[in-house]
Write a protein that binds this ligand. Structure first.
Ligand code: FE
Length: 216
């Protein structure tokens, strides 16, 4: 399973370090880069507090367990569905999901989709507008906290949603893109208007090159 760090552009730092200690990867752009869609204040809290807390909590929970020296993806795969390890799974998945999410966004977003991904979108959805409609619907309709994803399922693209910290890795689906729809992702900027956040992200911030790179 490919990590967000390996899927990310060269400038990205790894999501994990050696020695069994997971580290908070820096944002792949300045904190103000996504304004006005996502404010610097939101990014500062979201990355510096929420994401950091998942990483710090994970490190505490992993101490003394058989999972301590594993890569983040392995921790997720080995703890998924096991109630006894639910806290480790939730924090590991949230650490992974956020590291992945930062790379799904770019100030240079728009509708320029690299050709290989464009072909997949055409065969699975018809066109980009149809994909964006389905992706947006999943993000807006996810009940409570969670994530909307564009995934590769075999050779087809699919849109799915997951609750809380759950992610597509244990389902053996390959994530290409995600949108965080926990309230902490948008509440400072949009309050309860999740749909406005989702549509603004889809129209202005999606990193289609990152998504296309994840096809490999
Ligand atoms: Fe989040």
């Amino acid at each position: 399973m490919t990590s967000p760090a390996r899927q990310a552009p060269e400038s990205a730092s790894p999501a994990t370090s050696t020695g069994g200690t997971h580290t908070l990867p820096p944002l792949p752009y300045p904190g103000s880069a996504l304004e006005p869609v996502i404010s610097e204040e939101t990014l500062s809290f979201h990355h510096g507090k929420h994401h950091k807390t998942y990483v710090d909590t994970l490190n505490k929970l992993l101490a003394g367990t058989p999972f301590v020296n594993l890569a983040l993806e392995e921790v997720i795969l080995r703890t998924a569905g096991n109630e006894q390890h639910a806290a480790i799974f939730n924090n590991a998945a949230q650490a992974w999901n956020h590291a992945f999410y930062w790379h799904c966004l770019t100030p240079r977003g728009g509708d320029q989709v690299p050709a290989p991904l464009q072909a997949k979108i055409k065969s699975s959805f018809g066109d980009l507008a149809a994909l964006k409609r389905e992706f947006g619907k999943a993000a807006i309709e996810q009940f409570g906290s969670g994530w909307a994803w564009l995934v590769l399922d075999g050779s087809d693209l699919r849109v799915i949603k997951t609750s809380n910290g759950d992610d597509p890795l244990p389902k053996r689906l390959k994530p290409l893109l995600t949108i965080d729809v926990w309230e902490h992702a948008y509440y400072l900027d949009y309050q309860n208007r999740r749909a406005d956040y989702v549509h603004a992200v889809l129209d202005k911030l999606i990193n289609w090159e990152f998504a296309a790179g994840n096809l490999r």
